[in-house]
Design a protein around this ligand. Structure first.
Ligand code: ZN
Length: 155
């Protein structure tokens, strides 16, 4: 059964298509500190994230995977948004995405260009596509936190 395509405002559509056609931060990192991946079986989306976290800051991030335009463009937008952010800031971005797409809240300021995905909220099936990279990022953040805690306990 075909999944319905969300309709977007022209500007938002342009941003999403641009990130789908020319994804930012696509690939692998040479020396990631964290690696996380996730699947959205409903749509067949797959997202793999490499993170380089140092001193509580996401110094570098890259994604790979495959799937629909929403899942891939969200990963591109999300990695662009959180690159150089602290783990706390990245968590706020993920929380803002959940609020916008699950609760239907207006886009939080932290989201930046990710607000282009607001129209996805009307399509519950596609919300999973957009939230996939957010879930994977959350996992990476958790791992980075635990890694830091482990190190501090040892020293
Ligand atoms: Zn999808």
């Amino acid at each position: 059964m075909p999944v319905p395509e969300p309709q977007f405002d022209e500007l938002y559509r342009e941003i999403i298509l641009d990130h789908f056609r020319r994804p930012r931060n696509q690939g692998k990192l040479p020396n990631p500190t964290q690696h996380a991946e996730g699947l959205n079986p409903v749509c067949g989306d797959e997202i793999v994230l490499d993170l380089a976290v140092r001193g509580g800051t996401i110094e570098d991030i890259a994604f790979s995977g495959m799937g629909c335009s929403i899942s891939q463009s969200t990963a591109s937008l999300l990695t662009e948004r959180v690159k150089g952010s602290t783990l706390e800031e990245a968590e706020q971005v993920v929380a803002g995405m959940n609020a916008m797409l699950v609760d239907g809240a207006p886009p939080a300021r932290e989201l930046g260009d990710l607000e282009a995905l607001q129209g996805v909220a009307k399509f519950p099936v596609r919300v999973k596509c957009a939230l996939l990279s957010c879930k994977v990022l959350e996992e990476g953040i958790d791992e980075a936190r635990n890694g830091t805690e482990a190190k501090e306990t040892n020293s």
